[in-house]
Design a protein around this ligand. Structure first.
Ligand code: MN
Length: 741
């Protein structure tokens, strides 16, 4: 019998052993289809090409994957390397198989290598995201495993390239999917090409001592088996030297020689159920000395990839430490095959579509188990795969960009830099020009064409962009562009208006006045002012009128300063907005207040109504601050608003002669808004020799201005006379005392 046909037959038998209802006719026709499609092609080692898909199918069958996966493995290189098409395969073997083959083909087209560590995780994500069906990843890993096994026939460059990709992408993904056995082999094969010297060193040393190792392994294995047999435990005991890459890592990480590696050996005891695991653990710890702190219970707390076992390290009579892993058969399957073990326990799946989401129970368990671990990232990557909310594309340099699903070249351009987006004049995907709204696919190579004189984004781009980043940057551009336009038009409108008023721009912008004018018009910079005029936020005419007022005020102020200085009565000088340090209100009854029945106690004048002598007042005994004095008409002293239970705290107080020289109080003046109102108020107060501690004015929306005055007076009479004077200022509606809030 033809050796290749014999291999095929063995493959069929293997599948029949776990999938008895296999359609052998269909399987065989897939084999012959692949065989004739690859007819004439040779592998690098000179064997017919079909030996590769056959070997991949064998590995897939070793994982006990469903027949569709095995068929897809046989066909996996057909679309890429032969005349076969998706349609043709779909017609012969069904759409699910065609989709798997297409998926593997797409994964193969991308090179998952980068110089930067940070890019590797993105590449892993891209790898996961590209496969819409987890079986695509499994088949691709099997494909890579066979290619790595036969890598010796490739050029040294290709060997290194593929090995790096395997070490950085395939092995970590196999690990995340819990496929320990494949991961180890991938790592060892990669190491062989990535560090041939280090690899050889370990292999040679291990080989030189292989008989010693074997004696040790056999001896321990015999002793454990014997002991467990005596204890009536049904089990299987394996011993092995740990895999090369794990030894390599330990040697390098800990800078140790092979002899110094702590645990080179690992034993595995596989039993039927969980209680038996703990039973075996007891026996092992009884036979050997456990190494402190090395016991790990991954049964009660599984690893993120669902790995379960008991681990312990012990030392025997020989003084050589070794690790013992204890697990059930089911745990063993999961440990070796990971996510693929899921299919092992599924019966009668030949007719089921395993690509649909409800079949991902195992994946869901995986997701749940990984949620609160450092593998959180993995949860996210797997979700990308399941729910496809991200798309991964390449820059022409081979960097990976992650974008929201449905992203367009616009998103891509802005993800590189806003300047790239703003100057974009076209985009290429995989070398072909595409429209701006072209939806990007995983693995696409995207190139943005830019021009220095590009006219910038159009409003349509906001609709085409899928990422907030791109939309924000486009909006910013419009705002900024508009701002520049606004500043230009605003400035020319302002200058025109100034000329009309007989002023030059320089009269406004000179150092002596600019800051006052900007303060007056309430803008931080001239550009802001221009932008506001250009935008229509204010008018040039209004602004120029304000400027004129301010220039006049500054002139008057200067004149007044000169006059005051001449009088040398600095004490009475009032500058608008000046806030004096009017001392603290005294706390004793020499404040001019007598509290009935309390004698000489601490007195404070309430800020809400600031009473002055002559005002009818009332006191409130506060907690810890003596008596606080309110005007009787203060809302806070209103009998209706007093809190229940506090009635006794309200006490009668009265003014006496010989109190303070001055009392601080407040006035609120409202007037028709006009320029110079605050100055007029200040001038009246100044003329009356009133000590003002603060004065502020603000324009109200409805054409009013409110001037707040904080001042010191002797008594109510003085206050009344001041109020009178203020009332005579042109445009003043009313002057009232500020009362409680
Ligand atoms: Mn292949």
């Amino acid at each position: 019998m033809d050796p290749i046909l014999a291999r095929y037959q063995a493959l069929e038998d293997k599948i029949l052993s776990y999938a008895p209802d296999l359609d052998t006719q269909r399987m065989f026709s897939a084999f012959t289809y692949a065989d004739s499609a690859h007819n004439g092609q040779l592998r690098k080692d000179g064997s017919p090409y079909i030996t590769h898909p056959l070997a991949v199918a064998e590995i897939v069958a070793d994982l006990n994957l469903d027949p569709d996966s095995v068929i897809s493995a046989l066909l996996h290189d057909c679309i890429e390397d032969t005349k076969a098409t998706h349609e043709d395969i779909a017609k012969r073997f069904g759409e699910p198989v065609a989709a798997l083959v297409e998926g593997v083909t797409k994964l193969s087209r991308v090179h998952y290598t980068s110089k930067e560590e940070q890019q590797m995780e993105n590449l892993r994500k891209m790898f996961m995201a590209m496969a819409q069906d987890i079986r695509v990843i499994l088949i691709k890993i099997c494909d890579r495993l066979h290619n790595m096994r036969t890598m010796e026939y490739q050029s040294p460059t290709k060997q290194r390239e593929k090995s790096l990709e395997t070490m950085e992408i395939y092995a970590p993904i196999a690990h995340r999917l819990g496929m320990q056995k494949l991961k180890w082999e991938l790592e060892d094969l990669s190491l062989r090409y990535l560090d041939p010297v280090g690899y050889k060193e370990i292999e040679t040393e291990l080989a030189a001592r292989s008989s010693a190792h074997e004696d040790f392994l056999a001896g321990i294995q015999r002793r454990i088996s014997q002991r467990l047999q005596d204890a009536n435990v049904a089990c299987k005991v394996y011993g092995r030297v740990k895999h090369t890459y794990s030894i390599y890592r330990k040697m390098f990480a800990q800078n140790k020689t092979l002899d110094e590696i702590f645990d080179l050996y690992a034993f595995r005891v596989i039993v039927d159920d969980i209680p038996e695991c703990y039973n075996v653990l007891g026996c092992i710890h009884d036979m050997f000395n456990p190494v402190l702190g090395r016991f790990k219970d991954y049964i009660s707390t599984p690893k993120p990839n669902l790995y379960q076992s008991l681990h312990t390290t012990v030392i025997g009579r020989e003084g050589i430490p070794f690790e013992v892993q204890i697990r059930t058969w089911e745990m063993h399957q999961t440990a070796e095959y990971g996510i693929a073990a899921h299919w092992k326990y599924k019966q009668g799946m030949a007719n089921k579509n395993l690509g649909t989401e409800h079949d991902f129970e195992w994946v869901r368990r995986l997701l749940e188990s990984q949620q609160d671990t450092d593998a959180e990232e993995f949860v996210r990557t797997l979700k990308v795969d399941m729910f496809a909310d991200e798309v991964f594309v390449f820059t022409p340099n081979g960097d990976v960009k992650s974008l929201p699903a449905g992203a367009t070249p616009i998103d891509f351009a802005y993800s590189i830099h806003s300047a790239v987006g703003n100057r974009m004049v076209g985009a290429k995907v995989n070398g072909r020009m595409v429209p701006y709204d072209h939806a990007l696919s995983n693995g696409d190579i995207v190139e943005v064409l830019t021009a220095k004189n590009a006219k910038g984004p159009s409003r349509d781009w906001l609709k085409m962009a899928k990422s907030n980043e791109a939309r924000n940057k486009i909006r910013q551009w419009f705002k900024r562009e508009k701002r520049e336009e606004n500043i230009a038009t605003g400035r020319s409108m302002f200058e025109t208006e100034l000329r009309r008023a007989g002023l030059k721009l320089e009269a406004v912008t000179n150092e002596a006045v600019l800051s006052h004018i900007l303060h007056k018009v309430r803008h931080g910079t001239l550009d802001e002012l221009y932008a506001a005029i250009g935008y229509g936020g204010t008018t040039a005419a209004k602004t120029v009128a304000q400027v004129q007022d301010e220039l006049q005020r500054l002139g008057r102020l200067q004149a007044e300063r000169i006059a005051s200085a001449a009088k040398t009565t600095a004490e009475s000088m009032v500058i608008p907005g000046f806030t004096g340090g009017g001392g603290k209100t005294p706390k004793h009854s020499d404040s001019g207040i007598i509290v009935e029945g309390l004698g000489n106690c601490l007195v404070k004048f309430s800020k809400c109504c600031s009473p002055v002598p002559g005002d009818p007042v009332i006191g409130f005994i506060t907690r810890g601050y003596g008596v606080s004095v309110h005007r009787q008409d203060c809302p806070n002293a209103d009998p209706d608003r007093r809190k229940p239970g506090e009635e006794d705290r309200w006490v009668r107080v009265s003014w006496v002669e010989g109190g303070l020289p001055n009392y601080k109080t407040n006035l609120e003046l409202s007037a028709k808004d006009r320029d110079g109102i605050a100055l007029d108020v200040a001038m009246v107060l100044s003329a009356a020799k009133v000590k003002v501690t603060a004065l502020s004015a603000r324009s109200m929306a409805d054409g009013y201005a409110v001037v707040h005055i904080e001042l010191e007076v002797k008594d109510k009479e003085e206050l009344a006379s001041i109020t009178n004077k203020l009332n005579n200022i042109q445009g003043v509606y009313q002057v009232v005392r500020a009362t409680g809030k």
